[in-house]
Design a protein around this ligand. Structure first.
Ligand code: ZN
Ligand code: ZN
Length: 408
């Protein structure tokens, strides 16, 4: 039996219920079973750390649950962000869905258990002692890939391909949670959005769509070369990445933006956003649609955001304008067959694009939004509470929404 002295002392200092409420937070955790497929060549590091290079080969039985876990304490170079909105990404869908063998669909880097979610906005509530650029109350969004700055890739300017990388929401805790700790060097101040949006809520909603927008912005202006105002664009697949990309293309002075999308709801959404040339590629031959819109001149900028490469590339190859740029953004697993003769004849090129680090990418997207030239708010078609994260992910997997957000 406890002596009454000890009991009293304990109770007076920190009542248990208060301390629990103070140090814990709600978070959505993805867990699974580490079980590399027998045919997968698992590296030593993967086997030791379970930080997989390919989730679909190593992680079985992915399952979401919500738990109270310790609220993160920022390291000296980190900022603690109170999350407000987090978007559901295609990668969240593929991490939480399994194939016939019960392995997750997601074929890139992932370590479990982990708090997922990486497209977020929020408010700074605490800063580590070495943090210089942010203070309490700042509204922010974040890049995804945390880089070391020291490795060969980083030293050559490819921070997004850091050899010692971690990824928020994939290999380290992300933003389907009340709080997330983020290295200062990944954060972006979104206060310029005050010029375009009146309420703090709209600023934070719009800010949660910055990260997915940077993906196409990087493909178009970080990777491809020589895109000009007046160019004709065609987006193949207009989910959240395609739709935000179309907004970027319009802001960049596109001569015309054509969309090919089989989902009725998403075609309707593209029209609601003010885009005129929106086609169902199953019903309308893309070659004819392009000939009609471009007066037979072809497309200057093709953007592949569908991942259905067997369907999209035959149409892309047939509709290349002279010196066309093809920007490949989807990470579809199957190899495409491409008619290289068409590229040779049209002096066209394909650019692979991944990520969004550096290169004025976040700056460009934030400035366009602040100037009122890029408005993603109409894209936000569903909002769920954090407790309903599983429902939010199911909704996003139906492929009828523009952007599904989780409100924290
Ligand atoms: Zn994403
Ligand atoms: Zn590095």
């Amino acid at each position: 039996m406890f002596s009454s002295d000890i009991l009293e002392a304990t109770v007076t200092i920190i009542p248990l219920w208060d301390s629990v409420a103070y140090i814990t937070m709600k978070a959505v955790i993805l867990d699974g079973e580490w079980d590399p497929r027998p045919e997968y060549e698992c590296s030593e590091t993967e086997a030791d750390t379970h930080k997989s290079n390919n989730g679909s080969q190593t992680w079985k039985h992915p399952a979401l649950h919500i738990e109270n876990r310790e609220k993160p304490t920022p390291e000296s170079d980190e900022v603690l962000v109170k999350v407000r909105y987090t978007g559901v990404c295609g990668s969240d869908i593929s991490m939480t869905h399994a194939d016939g063998d019960r392995y997750m669909h997601y074929s890139a880097y992932v370590n479990l258990p982990n708090v997922i979610g990486h497209e977020f906005s929020g408010e700074v509530v605490e800063t580590g002692e070495d943090v210089q650029s942010f203070s309490k109350g700042d509204l922010v969004t974040s890049e995804v890939t945390s880089y070391c700055g020291r490795c060969h890739m980083c030293r050559n300017g490819f921070n997004g391909h850091c050899e010692n990388f971690e990824q928020l929401g994939f290999t380290i805790p992300g933003a389907f949670a009340e709080y997330v700790a983020v290295p200062e060097i990944l954060l972006w101040d979104v206060s310029p959005l005050e010029k375009a949006y009146k309420s703090k809520d709209d600023i934070l909603k719009a800010a949660a769509t910055i990260e997915p927008t940077t993906i196409t912005y990087n493909g178009l202006f970080g990777r491809a070369e020589g895109i000009r105002p007046g160019d004709y664009y065609a987006f193949h697949g207009v989910g959240p990445i395609g739709l935000t990309g179309m907004n970027v293309a319009r802001a960049a002075g596109a001569g015309a933006v054509i969309a090919f999308e089989p989902s009725d709801e998403r075609r309707d959404l593209a029209r609601e956003l003010g885009f005129e040339y929106v086609f169902n590629p199953v019903e309308t031959d893309p070659t004819q649609a392009v000939a009609q819109v471009t007066d037979g001149m072809g497309v200057d900028v093709h953007v592949e955001t569908a991942g259905a490469v067997a369907q999209t590339y035959p149409a892309i190859d047939e509709t290349l304008a002279e010196t066309a740029n093809v920007v490949h953004i989807s990470n579809a697993g199957e190899p495409a067959s491409v008619d290289l003769r068409q590229y040779q004849a049209n002096a066209a090129q394909v650019y692979g694009a991944e990520g969004h680090t550096g290169d004025r990418i976040f700056t460009g997207v934030i400035r366009l939004m602040a100037a009122g030239k890029l408005d993603n708010l109409p894209l936000v078609t569903s909002i769920f509470d954090l407790e309903e994260a599983d429902t939010a992910i199911e909704q996003a997997s139906k492929r009828v929404d523009g952007k599904v957000l989780i409100e924290v």
